[in-house]
Design a binder for this molecule. Structure first.
Ligand code: ZN
Length: 139
């Protein structure tokens, strides 16, 4: 697979409203998009650091995977996943990873926030870092 850059870092937080002042007022970053992804039961907020984004993730339901992650982390949340931008397509990258014996969470790309096609690789195959593959279908 061809990776062009880190697309974003996913950070789980119990409340985006409470987390944002640190990123905006202390780090001086700007939130440019807030979006609910029903499919994943999360509300997301995006900030840009150069070409890389930060994706803040707040659960919208107690059975969201983000809610479970926050619960496991003593209610605090924290670094959740690392997302790479794939130049030659997420479907290709998934097939390639599967062929190399990597455990997949998603067998096929699905729609994520910001209209990206996304898929997750299982942390048991990725040095314990939940890894997301992304492509912008409009590029
Ligand atoms: Zn993500």
């Amino acid at each position: 697979m061809k990776i062009s850059h880190i697309e974003h870092l996913g950070i789980a937080c119990p409340s985006i409203e409470k987390a944002l002042p640190f990123f905006e007022n202390v780090l001086g970053l700007k939130c440019y998009n807030v979006e609910v992804v029903e499919d994943q039961k999360v509300k997301t907020a995006f900030l840009k650091v150069g070409e890389v984004k930060l994706e803040l993730l707040e659960p919208t339901s107690p059975d969201s995977t983000i809610a479970k992650f926050i619960e496991k982390n003593g209610g605090r949340g924290g670094m959740h996943h690392l997302a790479f931008c794939i130049e030659d397509g997420v479907a290709n990258a998934l097939a390639e990873a599967e062929g190399l014996g990597i455990a997949l969470i998603d067998k096929a790309p699905r729609k994520g926030a910001e209209g990206l096609n996304i898929a997750f690789l299982h942390p048991k195959s990725t040095a314990a870092v939940l890894t997301e593959l992304c492509e912008n279908p409009n590029k």
